[in-house]
Write a protein that binds this ligand. Structure first.
Ligand SMILES: C[S@@+](CC[C@H](N)C(=O)[O-])C[C@H]1O[C@@H](n2cnc3c(N)ncnc32)[C@H](O)[C@@H]1O
Length: 343
């Protein structure tokens, strides 16, 4: 774009002159060229403006505040109320839900998001969470590097590998995982020794990675998942620790009574799997089950009765069921913590 190069002291004077003549290019920034400044000219400006030089420079345009401002203006207007207003960023992967009526513009959406977010490498359309492994069905719509959804994330100061297209991972549970560390520290203090932790639904291991750093309270870590792709990442994230790829309900036949703290993050099946997980807990002293379940708001009392029923042969020291977060209008995502002794 053509710019008029003027002495820096006369910048505002010349900016006003150009504007009053109708020659100023609107919305462009002013280049700093040391002692000179370059002011952008529009097409109506003449070829020469005495006594200064006109030079060709890239226009400085303000960065759009939202990626939709990067779409073609006519296209944007045509579907004004359809463009997705939110997306998730997991490491350098952005996943976005695209409404069916605008899927034919996926490429435009992907390119605009990629341009807007300089720390993104790949943009994927999110077609929803599928199957028992709770993995998102992703379609790549734009990419400026390696075409893989494997990426690294940082959570509470811990860095680890995830792959939103291959294994479950939700950054929204980061707070829950900090509380798990407090729970482990308290149990270690109660028992007066380091504890062993088992996470049979570990996914890529976001709950175990921070515990693996706590050699002061953790003796042994056992992490397993039924999704082989999750276990590949789990092994990367937990070098030197026990990892397995096995149905959680069969894990106790392999590991026996291995742990003091049992994590159960299988929100849709927490209660039904619980009976077959008890064999993983050590006997004769206080142990803790910390789990998460999606429960109907109306049936919280009933859920507690069911859990107590499963644990009827154990001494329950305490049982808390906190409906922490809303999952849907009728359901809550509850955190369950049971302190118990199995004789
Ligand atoms: C809600 S995700 C939790 C993953 C991980 N704990 C986290 O917080 O990111 C549930 C995990 O359980 C795994 N899974 C489902 N059924 C399983 C089973 N029968 N045995 C072991 N893992 C199972 C899934 O593959 C998934 O990774």
């Amino acid at each position: 774009m053509r710019h008029l190069s003027v002495p820096s002291k006369e910048t505002s004077l010349w900016r006003e002159k150009l504007a009053s003549n109708g020659w100023l290019a609107n919305g462009c920034g002013i280049h700093n060229l040391g002692e000179m400044r370059a002011i952008a000219l529009n097409d109506r400006a003449p070829l020469e403006i005495e006594p200064f030089e006109i030079i060709e420079l890239e226009a400085i345009r303000p960065t759009p505040k939202h990626w939709t401002e990067r779409l073609d203006a006519q296209l944007y207007k045509l579907h004004e109320s359809d463009w997705p207003m939110s997306h998730d960023q997991i490491g350098d992967v952005i996943v976005v839900k695209i409404p069916p009526q605008i899927t034919s513009f996926s490429k435009e959406i992907g390119n605009a998001l990629l341009e807007q977010h300089s720390n993104a490498r790949i943009i994927c359309a999110d077609n929803g969470v599928k199957g028992k492994f709770r993995v998102r069905d992703l379609t790549m719509i734009a990419c400026n590097g390696l075409a893989t959804t494997r990426t690294q994330v940082k959570e509470n100061g811990n860095q680890f590998w995830v792959d939103p297209g291959a294994a479950y991972y939700s950054p929204r549970l980061a707070n829950e995982r900090s509380t798990t560390i407090d729970c482990a520290a308290n149990l270690s203090s109660t028992l007066g020794r380091k504890i062993s932790v088992c996470d049979p639904y570990a996914g890529v291991g976001p709950a175990l990675v921070p515990l693996a750093k706590r050699g002061d309270i953790i003796e042994t870590i056992f992490g397993s998942d039924l999704n082989p792709k999750a276990v590949n990442l789990l092994e990367l994230n937990l070098p030197g620790h026990w990892t397995g790829c096995i149905d959680a309900r069969e894990l106790s036949s392999e590991l026996g009574e291995c742990c003091d703290l049992l994590l159960v993050n299988l929100p849709h099946d927490f209660i039904s799997h619980l009976p077959e997980l008890l064999g993983l807990l050590q006997r004769g002293h206080e142990v803790v089950i910390r789990g998460w379940a999606i429960l109907s708001l109306e049936s919280l009392d009933n859920a507690e009765i069911q859990i107590r029923d499963v644990l009827s042969t154990c001494e329950i020291i305490s049982l808390s069921l906190e409906p922490n977060r809303s999952y849907s209008p009728n359901d809550t995502y509850a955190c369950i913590e049971v302190h118990l002794v199995i004789e």
